[in-house]
Ligand binder design. Structure first.
Ligand code: PMP
Length: 285
């Protein structure tokens, strides 16, 4: 099926949507993005995604070309036009094009805005039941991982190496401590059932799913401690899991050559996943 996509004020067939070769998103990865999950045709946690987009834009000095309300209208229109039941809406905003390649840019450069839908099984994803195997790797990304930019080459390279090694994803390591997953936040569970995750800083992306999860976990009496943990501590954990808008919560059953717990998806990840899906559906817009 040919999707309808959105580009700079217009809806059109995906095959007709074109961006200039001089666009700074293409030449310099001078661009930010967001992915909002869709369940039953509704947007999940979208206010958080739009708020993070606004912050990413502020940090880079990219002006938001339209309001948060207008963005949400476009997201909803695309869901409707493409009859998307489950999956996500991808949104990318680049600094734009000035018709040539130049590191510097003028203040009045016009951003390029692109949105498209992606159908994907989220609730009944077989991976959610089976869990994932992750490979740990040196985190070679830049120092501002709190900004959600499209400079994703280190993540692409790391995930490719992981796939070649028969793993599903990576956990990135800096000075012995886990920063986050290749495109997710990382968690472990201790013997006492405490959930550990790295505190927010420039070292990781402030996950929107993570923020919701923190509130939900507290509501159901689970203790979350925000502190850095080493990869060795992760090997010894009772459970491990990741969170993101494209996975919600996925259990991690193996890290490198280590089985986590009994090597099967753990009960805390399963419980959080169930509560997250239930609550997000109730609050979906
Ligand atoms: N960290 C990184 C590096 C990511 O790419 C993502 C996915 N966008 C996340 C964390 C999780 O963020 P969210 O829950 O907002 O999808």
């Amino acid at each position: 099926m040919t999707r309808t996509v959105y580009i700079n004020g217009q809806y059109m067939a995906e095959t007709d949507a074109k961006v200039s070769i001089f666009d700074r998103g293409f030449l310099f990865a001078d661009a930010v993005y967001e992915v909002t999950a869709v369940l039953e045709g509704k947007l999940i946690d979208n206010a958080g995604h739009i708020a993070r987009l606004t912050r990413s834009c502020q940090e880079l000095g990219i002006p938001m070309p339209i309001s948060a309300e207008e963005l949400t209208e476009i997201q909803r229109s695309l869901i409707e036009k493409n009859q998307l039941h489950e999956g996500g809406v991808y949104l990318q905003l680049t600094r734009g094009s000035e018709g040539d390649r130049d590191f510097s840019y003028s203040e009045d450069i016009k951003p390029t805005l692109v949105l498209f839908t992606q159908a994907r099984e989220l609730i009944h994803s077989p991976v959610a039941k089976k869990g994932i195997k992750v490979l740990s790797m040196d985190d070679i990304r830049w120092r501002r991982r709190d900004i959600k930019t499209t400079s994703l080459l280190p993540a692409c390279m790391a995930k490719h190496i992981a796939h070649q090694a028969g793993c599903d994803d990576v956990w990135l390591i800096e000075q012995g401590y886990v920063t986050e997953g290749g495109s997710s936040n990382a968690y472990i569970v201790t013997d006492e059932g405490k959930i550990i995750t790295r505190p927010l800083s420039n070292d990781i992306l402030s996950g929107i799913t993570r923020a919701s999860l923190m509130l939900l976990a507290k509501d159901c009496g689970l203790v979350i401690e925000e502190r850095a943990f080493t990869i060795e501590e992760a090997y010894q954990a009772t459970e491990a899991f990741v969170s993101s808008a494209t996975t919600f919560i996925w259990p991690v059953t193996h890290i490198d050559d280590h089985e986590i717990g009994d090597g099967k998806p753990g009960p805390i990840a399963a419980k959080l996943r169930e509560i997250y899906i239930k609550t997000s559906l109730e609050m979906a817009e």
